[in-house]
Design a protein around this ligand. Structure first.
Ligand SMILES: Cc1ncc(COP(=O)(O)O)c(C=O)c1O
Length: 406
């Protein structure tokens, strides 16, 4: 073959990237432009408690430090170090889901677990049921692997709960997984056991996997919500958790997945292990913090939950007082999903971008989580101090009044 002439054409990008969108971070580019003009930006877009003054518990930091000093800096087993997998398994067992360490895989945050599970489970053209609104990683990964995300609605008029009959009607022979996020990001909803049981029953009967995203499980304001898998120990459930939220260490990328004991998932477990081998292992020093977190003092969670409840109440009170805005009270986590009655022809993104450009307050539009753009939903992260949130909600009230008038 003759040597081609030198080319300056752009290197083409794989088509799978086009469907991969993650609004929570994508919108930061807009915020940076606003910051470049000298305006302060208040970042209410990312669910990271650390920049808002919630500190990683000292015994977790010490566990990582000690591991590094002790030379635990080499690769570890692909599934994760045994003491940490034992800690995860014992934690599930104590919460009513008998679990053995061989069913646990430690991952780079819940995110990697979600990606591995979907890759192990879903072929191109297969369907994954995801909530609307959803945490956007699910739709992004589903798009990347050329599968189809099928939204099931959750209803703000019913506390953002799903409708089991609607979900049943969406099941097809290609349905491979049902994503349940509880407590929920972005809505803050917690589903009653009856709904969770019905969803597990659907998974069991129809032979698909329930992906139980429990990253906020310990952040329900009334105390930890038990793992969904405990409602039916034989059901095909994979549970996901991490140190990111309830243990205040999102930057460590330390998470786990626990694959239920159902013999129906033996092949899937093997596939997950195979995929985990390819990425060698999750960060080893941080795995020592998983052991410390799940076997040690968790009293920080009590004050964290209190702080979140206070902010949730402030958020719903203040946003519901803004004419044209309504907000369902969250029951867990640090998100609320208010709705603004948009003037005809405007989108949620128009509102969020105008709010950012005029006031420096950065939220994420609901369509980034899958709600129709005309419905006017957007997500607020309420981790800032009550005093700062008060200021921000004053700013939002002033801006919204003008926006809706204009
Ligand atoms: C519902 C949900 N799942 C998963 C994740 C990813 O978390 P991790 O840091 O454990 O990867 C997040 C992060 O915001 C989330 O909100």
């Amino acid at each position: 073959m003759p040597t081609p002439a030198a080319s300056t054409a752009a290197i083409p990008v794989a088509s799978r990237v086009h469907g991969f969108t993650y609004a929570i971070r994508n919108i930061v580019a807009e915020a940076k432009k606003v910051e470049a003009t000298g305006r302060r930006v208040r970042y209410l877009n990312i669910g990271d408690p650390v920049p808002f003054g919630f500190h990683t518990p000292a015994h977790l930091v010490q566990a990582v430090e000690r591991a590094m000093r002790d030379g635990q800096n080499g690769y570890g087993p692909s599934a994760g170090i045994l003491p940490a997998r034992e800690a995860v398994a014992n934690d599930f067992t104590a919460r009513g889901v008998p679990m053995t360490p061989d069913r646990v895989v430690l991952t780079s945050g819940t995110s990697e677990g979600i990606e591995i599970a979907l890759n192990a489970l879903v072929d191109p053209g297969d369907e994954v049921l995801v909530p609307m609104p959803t945490y956007p990683l699910y739709t992004a990964v589903t798009a990347k692997i050329a599968a189809k995300a099928v939204y099931y609605r959750t209803d703000p008029n019913h506390g953002w709960l799903p409708d089991v009959d609607e979900i049943r009607s969406l099941i097809t022979p290609r349905t491979r997984a049902l994503v349940v996020i509880d407590p929920n990001n972005p809505t803050g909803a917690i589903y009653p056991d009856a709904i969770k049981r019905a969803l597990i029953d659907l998974a069991s009967r129809h032979g698909f996997v329930l992906l139980a995203d429990e990253v906020y499980g310990d952040l329900a304001y009334d105390g930890p919500t038990p793992p969904m898998a405990r409602l039916d120990l034989d059901a095909p459930v994979i549970s996901f958790g991490s140190l990111s939220k309830a243990y205040l260490a999102p930057g460590w990328r330390a998470g786990w997945m626990a694959v239920g004991q159902s013999p129906r998932m033996a092949d899937l477990m093997a596939a997950i292990r195979k995929l985990a081998d390819g990425r060698l292992c999750a960060t080893v020093p941080m795995q020592h913090a998983i052991t410390a977190a799940l076997t040690g003092d968790r009293s920080h969670q009590v004050s964290f939950r209190q702080a979140l409840r206070e902010r949730a109440t402030l958020t719903t009170d203040r946003l519901n007082a803004i004419p044209g805005m309504s907000c369902v009270a969250p029951s867990g986590a640090f998100y609320a999903m208010p709705k603004v009655e948009l003037p005809k022809g405007r989108t949620d993104e128009d509102y969020v971008l105008a709010l950012l450009r005029q006031t420096g307050v950065l939220c994420v539009h609901g369509s980034g989580f899958g709600t129709p753009a005309s419905q006017g939903f957007f997500r607020v992260v309420f981790l800032a101090s009550p005093a700062e949130l008060g200021e921000i909600y004053d700013i939002m009230a002033g801006f919204t009044k003008e926006y809706l008038a204009g």
